[in-house]
Design a protein around this ligand. Structure first.
Ligand SMILES: *[C@@H]1O[C@H](CO)[C@@H](O)[C@H](O)[C@H]1NC(C)=O
Length: 212
């Protein structure tokens, strides 16, 4: 992502969603590495098919990973496939970003979701005392190499409503300020649907939780 920023000199907005869902113990548990089962078909549910349905937004509003797929998802997240899947998305985004003709007025903008997109919270899910404070995020962003962003938009405790609505409203504000959203990347479909989603969207895999 740094590459995109450096190459195009485009303005960047980072949207952040803070939800209690992200830190729920029920989701923390499933991320512990389990290398027992290996098999994909457990108790009649094909976990690869489940994950595909999740990624394509055919399955929505699910609360937790099906119990019979916990091992599968844990292995997926901690193994090579997740990283490969992300790489393909990132490469496609970079290729697209290179092709964009920016106006040079600082108004061409790329929206990055933070959790599980710009930053991986995987190391923290294994712990129960996770703090998802704003200060920690900024620190983590800096550690990951993000320093220059146009706006850092944080969803506060008083921001109610769905993620789709919240993010749509924030993007619409940006567009009303004269920004042009050329690209948008996130791990949740709610990052990528709604209004003013941008010229192109990129979905990062996330079979861990659903935010609608
Ligand atoms: C984005 O979409 C708008 C509206 O269709 C179009 O005018 C503009 O050229 C597009 N920008 C890029 C970078 O593709």
């Amino acid at each position: 992502m740094e590459l995109i920023i450096g190459f195009l000199h485009i303005a960047i907005a980072i949207t952040l969603l803070t939800t209690s869902q992200a830190a729920e113990p029920s989701q923390i548990r499933l991320l512990r590495p389990r290398f027992g089962s290996g098999g994909r078909r457990v108790e009649g549910l094909d976990c690869l098919s489940w994950r595909l349905a999740v990624e394509t937004n055919n399955l929505r509003s699910w609360k937790v990973v099906p119990q019979s797929c916990e091992d599968y998802v844990g292995n997926y997240m901690l193994g090579r496939q997740y990283r490969r899947d992300i790489e393909v998305v990132a490469e496609a985004a970079v290729e697209y970003a290179k092709s964009v003709q920016v106006a040079g007025d600082g108004k061409d903008l790329w929206v990055f979701d933070i959790d599980e997109t710009s930053l991986s919270n995987l190391p923290y899910y294994a712990r129960s005392d996770v703090q998802f404070g704003s200060q920690r995020r900024i620190l983590n962003l800096n550690q990951a190499g993000y320093y220059n962003w146009e706006k850092l938009i944080l969803k506060g405790e008083n921001d109610h409503g769905s993620s789709v609505d919240y993010k749509s409203q924030r993007r619409t504000e940006l567009v009303n300020e004269g920004y042009r959203i050329v690209g948008n990347i996130g791990d949740q479909w709610s990052d990528l649907i709604g209004t003013n989603v941008g010229n192109r969207t990129f979905k990062v895999p996330d079979p861990m939780y659903y935010i609608g």
